[in-house]
Write a protein that binds this ligand. Sequence first.
Ligand code: NDP
Ligand code: 8X3
Length: 250
Amino acid sequence: MTKTVFITGATAGFGKAMAERYAREGWKLVLTGRRAERLVELKAALAPAPVHTLCFDIRDRKAVLDAAQSLPEEFANIDILVNNAGLALGLEPAQACDLDEWECMVDTNIKGLLYITRALLPGMVERNSGHIVNLGSVAGTYPYPGGNAYGGTKAFVNQFSKNLLADLLGTRVRVTNIEPGLCESEFSVVRFNGDTDKAAKVYEGTEPIRPDDIAEIVYWATTLPPHVNINSLEVMPVDQAFNHFAINRK
Ligand code: NDP
Ligand code: 8X3
């Protein structure tokens, strides 16, 4: 039977690359995002793959729950939920951050992820089959200046993923937290509020991960034999590594 993958934030970056990857393998796809025109374009580009699009803001609890309820019968049994929609806003030190931006990251990266997970998880448990893939980040483990609330939201994703596994013991539902490092997508354009020059500088002179790389990793993790669960997977470009502790000297 053809399987169904539900990808949030499929209008750009990782989500779009994952949509293309699963479509190539003949999966049914439910693709979400706020930019309706991009969903229309993506569906056309993926044709003849069976695609159902849902346009909603993941921060809107009612919209999320209504969208999940509205799935047509042929797309209703979700085999994989990829909680990918998310964003970082700003890179200012905490004391200078915009509280609205912090709230937006919490509402999107944490609350939105919770809404759609809560909506689709019961069906997976009932069918005793399913896989939730969360997009965490290296920022959820390793602090860096300006990472503040964004890193905090991704630390939540890490811990929530592991706690889901605790609750799901005894079922065949899998949970994986993918934690990428530097990857070129629209991520930095969003982070710097549309400043494309500033965003391009993040990747200047280096070879970042590409969305296709993440799509390949997610596809691999979700097509392993059903008794195997990748709990978490950190992935960085070869051009990225760790730094030493910072010390303030007087
Ligand atoms: P992009 O900015 O390229 O894509 C983000 C996607 O999320 C878009 O499709 C966007 O759709 C969707 N989205 C954002 N906010 C909302 C919202 N309120 N409601 C619905 N959809 C929303 O970023 P990436 O592909 O790079 O990032 C995907 C995920 O991976 C994020 O969770 C990010 O934190 C994480 N990540 C990214 C890394 C990177 O370096 N790029 C590294 C580590 C993790 P639309 O605007 O149409 O709503
Ligand atoms: C995105 C990676 O290092 O910009 O999650 O926070 S980083």
